[in-house]
Design a protein around this ligand. Structure first.
Ligand code: DGL
Length: 277
């Protein structure tokens, strides 16, 4: 592998700022890597759109990062991963492209003792059934229930992540998980949407301590690290601190303001470049 390719950045894209939870995990695991992050804020949410639209949006977002010579691409958006990953891998072959569904499914299969797994995600991710299919491939004995929680995205974007009102909404959506007709109680809940990790505290209060919460951000970062190691694409300047360039398709101020909750560190508005896809 040429030295030149190793020094290239890793591309990460999402429908908006939610994928910054994945970028945060990537930065923790790969502190010396450079990243380009694109949030398609002009067209958020993807989670309520048709498969055709999500595929087109994902191809355009990925295309922008490919033009900027990334060495690996991460589809941080669960909806885009569920719907468009195979088409991206075909279109941009041989660039390695990693989505968040398989790493999340893998982590859930490892975490669940009884094999009774719940997925919470956007409407489009649930409709696509990608998590259920990925889990069935790894663990045929697993039983999976999926629930769409569309309001969680808006709550997270508004910074409403805790308190009675939020817990009430979480309880309303998650109620079907606790129906007594279930033979094996749910023991693992996958946060199958970029926005949901910021609601962890409220979700935990509602589901109790006996259910393992799986956040695909960390498992995706581990999958990316493994892929870079296998392909010998890790940056070879270990003392170089990694740098992030931010791109958004709309609203630099909102991207910076809302995004810092997800990234866990400040984002400077003037460093968010607005791009057209
Ligand atoms: N990024 C989306 C996901 O992870 C959530 C927000 C949206 O609907 O675009 O599914």
């Amino acid at each position: 592998m040429s030295e030149h390719i190793m020094q290239r950045p890793i591309g990460v894209f999402d429908s908006g700022v939610g994928g910054l939870t994945v970028l945060k995990a990537l930065r923790e695991q790969l502190p010396n890597e450079d990243f380009l992050y694109l949030g398609d804020t002009a067209r958020l949410p993807y989670g309520t759109k048709s498969a055709q639209s999500v595929t087109r949006y994902a191809q355009q977002a990925a295309g922008l990062l490919v033009e900027r010579h990334v060495k690996l691409l991460v589809t941080a958006c669960n909806t885009a991963s569920a719907i468009a990953l195979p088409s991206l891998q075909e279109l941009f072959h041989p660039l390695p492209i990693i989505g968040v569904i398989d790493p999340g499914a893998d982590a859930a299969c490892k975490a669940s003792v009884g094999g009774s797994i719940a997925i919470i995600a956007t409407e489009s991710t649930v409709r696509q059934g990608a998590y259920s299919q990925a889990i069935a491939r790894i663990r045929s004995d697993a039983s999976v229930v999926s629930i769409a929680c569309p309001l969680f995205v808006a709550l997270a974007e508004e910074g409403w992540v805790a308190g009675h009102l939020v817990e009430g909404i979480v309880a309303h959506y998650l109620d079907p998980l606790f129906k007594s007709s279930r033979t094996q109680p749910i023991d693992c809940l996958v946060l199958g949407c970029t926005h949901f990790p910021v609601l962890t505290e409220s979700i935990r209060k509602v589901v109790g301590l006996h259910i393992t919460l799986v956040d695909s951000a960390h498992t995706t970062a581990a999958a990316v690290t493994h892929e870079l190691e296998t392909r010998k694409l890790l940056r070879t300047m270990p003392t170089h601190p990694g740098h992030v360039r931010f791109y958004a398709t709309d609203g630099a101020e909102r991207f910076a303001r809302v995004g810092q909750t997800f990234l866990g560190e400040p984002i400077v508005e003037s460093e968010v470049e607005i791009v057209d896809l």
